[in-house]
Design a protein around this ligand. Structure first.
Ligand code: ADP
Ligand code: MG
Length: 260
C-alpha cells in the first residue's frame, strides 16, 4: 500500500464503470450531509468488487448512483462509456432495466406473489410475451438452484432461498452488472456463503459484480476490495487471498432447507 493507504486496482477488462470526482450532498433542512466527497474509480468487465466501510461511509449512496437509482450532486459517471448524467428519466430506466441487476439486503420480494411471479416482474415493463417471461423466470430460478421452488411464496422459503429468488429477479434481464447492497446482511453464516457461491458463479460466467458488505468474511470472496470512509475511497486493492465459496462450504455444517 502507498503511504496514504490507497492503491488503485486497475480494471481487469474493458471499463464498464468510470466515476470521476463523484460527490453527493443531501440537504436535510438546514443541514448539508456530505455522503460522497469525491470518489474516482474504474471498474472493468469481469471484476468482482467488495465495497466495505463503516455504516454511514457512503456505500449505499454510491451503489444507488451506480445503479441509476439516484444522481450525483457533482462529478461524472460513465456506464459503458455513456455519460449517465445526460440521460432522461426514461433512458435511465431503460439502462437500469437492461444492464443492471439489483440485489438488496431485505430481499424486497412481493409477499403475496410466488417466486416465479417475483422473478418475472422486471420483464413486465417490456414487451416480452407471457410465455417467454415464464420461461426466462424459470431459467433464472434454475440458475440460482431454485428450479424446484418456482411456485413457492416468500413465506414458504428460507431467508437464503428468498435472497436467491431476488438474485434470479436481478438476472432475468441478462444484466452485465449485478449490484448487491449488503445481500448477506440478513442471513446466517452458511447461507451467506451459499449466496456468495452464487455471486462467484455469476462472475465466472462474465457478470461484473459489485457488492457492499461490512463483513471481512464476505469480502474475502471478492477479487478486489474497496474501503470507503467518510464519503471517500480509503483503500482500493486486489484481494490476493481470495477464497472460493464452494470450498468454504465443504467445511461448514449443512442445513436442511426442507425443514423450513
Ligand atoms: P452506508 O451505506 O455506508 O451506511 P449511506 O450511503 O447510506 O452509508 O449514507 C451516507 C451518509 O448519507 C450518512 O450520513 C447518511 O445518514 C446520509 N444519507 C443517506 N441517504 C440520505 C438521504 N436520503 N437524505 C439525507 N441523508 C442521507
Ligand atoms: Mg448502506
Amino acid at each position: 500500500m502507498s503511504s496514504e493507504g490507497i492503491q488503485a486496482a486497475s480494471p481487469a477488462g474493458a471499463t464498464v464503470i468510470a466515476v470521476d470526482h463523484l460527490t453527493k450532498t443531501y440537504q436535510l433542512g438546514e443541514v448539508e450531509v456530505h455522503a460522497l466527497r469525491g470518489v474516482s474509480l474504474n471498474v472493468g468487465t469481469g471484476e468482482f468488487v467488495a465495497i466495505m466501510g463503516a455504516s454511514g461511509s457512503g456505500k449505499s449512496t454510491f451503489m444507488n448512483i451506480l445503479g441509476c437509482l439516484d444522481k450525483p450532486s457533482k462529478g461524472k459517471y460513465l456506464l459503458d462509456n455513456i455519460d449517465v448524467s445526460g440521460l432522461s428519466r426514461d433512458e435511465l430506466a431503460h439502462i437500469r432495466n437492461n444492464k443492471i441487476g439489483f440485489v438488496f439486503q431485505g430481499f424486497n420480494l412481493l409477499s403475496r406473489t410466488s417466486a416465479i411471479e417475483n422473478v418475472e416482474l422486471p420483464l413486465l415493463y417490456g414487451t416480452t410475451p407471457s410465455k417467454v417471461r415464464k420461461e426466462k423466470a424459470i431459467a433464472a430460478l434454475e440458475r440460482v438452484g431454485l428450479g424446484d421452488r418456482v411456485h413457492h411464496y416468500p413465506n414458504q422459503l428460507s431467508g437464503g432461498q428468498q435472497q436467491r429468488v431476488a438474485i434470479a429477479r436481478a438476472l432475468v434481464n441478462d444484466p452485465s452488472i449485478v449490484l448487491a447492497d449488503e445481500p448477506t446482511g440478513n442471513l446466517d453464516s452458511r447461507t451467506s456463503v451459499e449466496v456468495m457461491d452464487i455471486f462467484q458463479q455469476l462472475n465466472e460466467n462474465g457478470i461484473t459484480v459489485l457488492l457492499v458488505t461490512h463483513e471481512p468474511d464476505i469480502a474475502q470472496f471478492a477479487k478486489r476490495q474497496i474501503v470507503f470512509r467518510d464519503g471517500r475511497v480509503k483503500a482500493d486493492k486486489f484481494n490476493a487471498n481470495r477464497k472460493r465459496a464452494e470450498e468454504v462450504l465443504k467445511d461448514l455444517p449443512a442445513i436442511d432447507e426442507d425443514e423450513v
